[in-house]
Design a protein around this ligand. Structure first.
Ligand code: T6T
Length: 316
């Protein structure tokens, strides 16, 4: 009776594959669940993950929410659990709100690997691969300090509270200002809901209240793309210095034309690749590394030509 029940459960789940003691999963099937669809950071991650999956003999399917939001990512996770892949590589869109659905994946016997963002609860994922985001924020502060001559008011444009990576970048930035740059006045953190248009509006409103604004740290792609648009609209290009995180095609264009002065580029392709390596290790019973940090670089007009391998892709 038990054997029949297992077979029926397998049929209902629509999958074959190996039987593990935690249920029937397809041990050759990986699913990548990025933070949001059609965005160069995650597209680059997907390219790296796909290539690695292919070379290791796994299939990799990608299912992304249309907005960076836990309410949209949750049903994707639930749907993926029903298909029982061997492992998921996921970028949680919220450090707390995504804990419950991701734990359900773990409880269903699916190996969980975090790529880029992470949950606050470190007991759910087997491995987390990301930039050192606190250090990235510190690097942004040091870069912006040089650009503004270590003085003046500076604004942080962040995405959504609860995003582990960008919260850490803002924290690293503010700590560095506090510790080593007393001449710089932080105006605080404003959130753009991961929408470039909202970042542009934040810049417009901040310039109205603080016409002497010296610099902006934009903690990710949407913040930086929007900050550049806001400055262009206000006719403040070059007067207000911008250090942005990420390196989308638009961000690189903004750096080339001098709208922004520096980009902290991550290595999303490597995050994806290493995510697959960790998933494969877990599925093959090999040792897994709990925390892996991938590299980052500050790109300015001076070193842009030497660093085009860091530019993010719009397609693989
Ligand atoms: O900056 C990346 C990523 O590291 C962050 O967690 C969320 O925003 C991006 O995807 C860029 O949009």
């Amino acid at each position: 009776v038990a054997a029949v029940a297992v077979a029926v459960a397998g049929l209902l789940a629509g999958c074959g594959g190996s039987v593990s003691n935690s249920g029937k999963t397809d041990a050759k099937k990986l699913v990548l669940i990025p933070g949001v669809a059609n965005e160069p950071f995650y597209i680059s991650m997907q390219c790296g993950a796909q290539d690695e999956a292919k070379s290791l003999g796994y299939t990799l399917d990608t299912q992304a929410p249309s907005q960076f939001d836990a309410s949209q990512q949750t049903p994707i996770v639930t749907g993926v659990i029903a298909n029982k892949p061997g492992a998921i590589l996921i970028a949680p869109t919220h450090a707390q709100a995504m804990a419950s659905p991701i734990k359900q994946a773990k409880d269903a016997g699916i190996k969980v690997i975090e790529v880029d963002t992470a949950l606050e609860d470190t007991s759910i994922a087997l491995s987390s691969i990301s930039s050192d985001n606190v250090k990235g924020g510190q690097l942004a502060a040091q870069t912006l300090a040089k650009l503004v001559g270590d003085k003046g008011s500076v604004l942080v444009i962040n995405t959504k509270a609860g995003t582990s990576t960008t919260d850490q970048r803002a924290q690293g930035f503010e700590n560095e200002l506090k510790q080593s740059h007393p001449g710089m006045t932080p105006l605080g953190v404003q959130y753009n809901n991961n929408e470039a248009a909202q970042a542009a509006s934040i810049v417009t409103a901040t310039l109205a209240a603080h016409p002497d604004l010296a610099g902006i740290f934009a903690t990710n792609l949407s913040s930086a793309e929007g900050a550049a648009t806001g400055l262009r609209n206000a006719g403040k290009l070059g007067q207000v210095k911008v250090v942005g995180f990420d390196a989308s095609p638009k961000q690189v264009q903004d750096l080339e034309d001098g709208t922004v002065q520096a980009l902290i580029a991550q290595n999303p392709g490597d995050i994806g690749k290493q995510g697959v390596d960790q998933a494969a290790a877990a599925l093959e019973g090999k040792p897994v590394t709990r925390t892996i940090q991938t590299n980052m670089i500050a790109i300015t007009q001076d070193n842009i030509a030497a660093n085009n391998q860091y530019f993010y892709k719009s397609k693989c």
